[in-house]
Design a protein. Structure first.
Length: 279
């Protein structure tokens, strides 16, 4: 998976340079004509399935598996770009690591995981020839629910919440006849995270805790290939998403004596592809 991750990023970078070179070397149409042509392929509703492979790592722990989801979005372009998008996904992940409260190594397969993500983006379109360049920023929320308690007597439910600011650049080329090719790169400025651990699932005498996360970042990239029809079109978009989050604060939980727990530094990589119908 590491090789595929590098290949996708390399292709995105190369494609970005090609589109920039084409934009500034062969501009022929006016800005208004360019934006009009590009808007015909970019003002869309999208909805469709997604599939991805996700891997989460922290010290001594690894979760990995396939997620299946559905995503939807609406994008509006008229010099100003406005976009709203959402995603829901489900998968059964495999856990390798230590058991809570001991150094015993365990493996648990088929753990139900749920993911929700909502984003709003604002940008501005710059155009030359048949290419649009759109810098953007926005606001995002990501929620992940891990239900290890359903598969292991020593497990407990975990909920992860991220608030972040997407900052990125989208480059799209109108290839004619409704076809377009693009690349998107994004840095996600981490605002705040909250990790909820339901320790009472494992031991009713222990209280549940909420750890705050304040440091971290995310990056993502994608290469959308779209076809716009008179009424209905489609888009295929391979993507890579990466998160790196630092240690959380410490919170006290109680069993036979007072103890403290925190969410360790961790990272997650998601590699996937979406196929959507556009209209």
């Amino acid at each position: 998976m590491k090789i595929y991750y590098k290949v996708v990023w390399t292709c995105a970078i190369i494609l970005t340079f090609i589109l920039f070179f084409y934009t500034f070397s062969f501009a022929q149409e006016s800005k208004e004509e360019s934006l009009k042509n590009l808007s015909n392929t970019r003002d869309t509703w999208e909805i469709g399935p997604e599939i991805s492979y996700i891997q989460y790592k922290e010290s001594g722990v690894k979760d990995k598996g396939t997620m299946y989801g559905i995503g939807g979005s609406y994008a509006y372009h008229n010099y100003i770009m406005l976009k709203a998008e959402g995603k829901f996904a489900y998968g059964q992940l495999d856990y390798d690591g230590s058991k809570w409260g001991s150094n015993k190594l365990v493996t648990v397969n088929g753990i139900p995981n749920y993911m929700l993500e909502f984003r709003g983006l604002l940008g501005y379109d710059f155009a030359a020839n048949t290419i649009a360049i759109t810098p953007f920023l926005g606001f995002g929320y990501r929620w992940l629910n891990d239900n290890m308690q359903e598969k292991s007597p020593g497990g407990y439910k975990r909920e992860s919440n991220y608030l972040y600011l997407p900052i990125g650049l989208e480059v799209v080329a109108n290839l004619g006849n409704g076809w377009s090719l693009g690349t998107t790169g994004e840095y996600d400025f981490f605002l705040r995270g909250e990790q909820k651990s339901f320790f009472s699932d494992n031991n009713p005498k222990e209280n549940n805790i909420e750890n705050k996360q304040t440091k971290g970042y995310g990056v993502r990239g994608s290469i959308p290939i779209a076809k716009k029809g008179e009424k209905v079109g489609f888009v295929i978009e391979p993507y890579v998403k990466y998160w790196n989050i630092d240690d959380s604060d410490y919170q006290r939980y109680t069993s036979s004596r007072s103890k403290y727990a925190y969410e360790p530094k961790n990272n997650s990589t998601e590699i996937g592809c979406k196929l959507a119908i556009t209209f």
